[in-house]
Write a protein that binds this ligand. Structure first.
Ligand SMILES: *[C@@H]1O[C@H](CO)[C@@H](O)[C@H](O)[C@H]1NC(C)=O
Ligand SMILES: *[C@@H]1O[C@H](CO)[C@@H](O)[C@H](O)[C@H]1NC(C)=O
Length: 288
């Protein structure tokens, strides 16, 4: 398969930092800005129909607006929750930029076509009609399942690499809320786990399993991602199939190194793609 996978997740790369070495606190703190920008825009648009340019224009530092972001069709509860997530992401952007210089908003492609490609990759075939994250609440929650968990594993993986206490405190704070978001999204989906996602006739559980399998495959470091129902042996204490939160055999959160995160977000299994790019670049078309 040669596909764009999750490439929309990270369409980054700063001019000043073309070679991402990830061996110091500054790089480790700046790297997640990409995902935080993505989450901020996806949640702001999904719930409110407008993004950072309206909510906190100063944080964009003139970076281009996201492509294809839309207001999603959400019910009252989910919309209320997503608005809260959206403003949390704005706070995360501020927190990171208070600590390190950071960079302007990268060009992000959160179009329904980009998400459709991710889902096609997860299923290994084209879904018809193409998956549209903005069409209804279940689709939006499934699209949301794709995102904070990548940040979560990245923060867990970054933590032991950090040198100073300021950086560790920041990452712990980001991780706490990011994993909270993941837990809420997973819980909302867990409630609907057997619901068939229209019109595909595929259950919510199977969507989550497929997305998690895809991320495992791309990360190339074994099992670090689990859907909402797992074989009993993978559940907590090897005793239960329900898997509302993902965790290892001790129910500790899985961690991923920056390289693994890059392999997932670039989707071609090659983290080196990110090297030597001199500017903010939208990579989707190149990868596809
Ligand atoms: C810790 O790292 C942060 C982020 O790189 C930096 O801003 C801060 O000055 C560092 N503090 C110390 C005491 O080295
Ligand atoms: C966004 O991604 C989709 C799917 O890969 C692609 O078809 C579209 O051209 C991209 N948009 C831009 C402006 O590159």
């Amino acid at each position: 398969m040669n596909i764009a996978f999750l490439s929309f997740l990270l369409l980054l790369v700063t001019a000043s930092n073309a070679s991402i070495t990830m061996n110091n606190d500054k790089d480790l703190l700046e790297f997640p800005l990409n995902l935080e920008f993505l989450e901020a825009e996806f949640f702001l648009y999904g719930a409110l129909g407008r993004g950072l340019d309206s909510a906190a224009p100063e944080l964009t530092e003139g970076g281009p607006p996201p492509v294809g972001a839309r207001l999603a069709k959400l019910g009252f509860l989910v919309r209320d929750i997503i608005i809260q997530f959206a403003y949390q992401e704005v706070g995360h952007l501020r927190a990171i930029k208070h600590t390190v210089r950071g960079f302007p908003r990268p060009l992000l492609n959160v179009s329904k076509e980009a998400f459709a490609e991710v889902m096609n990759s997860a299923f290994g075939r084209s879904l018809h009609p193409p998956f549209d994250p903005y069409a209804n609440e279940i689709n939006y929650l499934l699209a949301s399942y794709v995102i904070p968990y990548v940040g979560l594993t990245g923060y867990v993986g970054a933590n032991p690499l950090l040198q100073n206490s300021t950086s560790k405190a920041l990452v712990a704070g980001l991780l706490g809320v990011e994993s909270g978001q993941d837990a809420v999204i997973r819980t909302l989906l867990y409630e609907r786990r057997q619901v068939p996602v229209a019109p595909y006739g595929v259950s919510v559980v199977e969507f989550t399993n497929r997305i998690s399998e895809l991320r495992n495959k791309l990360g190339k470091k074994g099992l670090k991602d689990e859907g909402l129902i797992v074989p009993k042996s993978l559940g907590a204490e090897g005793r239960i199939e329900g898997n509302v939160l993902a965790g290892d055999k001790f129910s500790l959160a899985y961690g991923r190194s920056p390289k693994e995160v890059l392999r997932i977000v670039y989707g071609d299994g090659d983290e080196h793609r990110v090297r030597n790019l001199g500017d903010l670049i939208m990579l989707n078309n190149r990868i596809a």
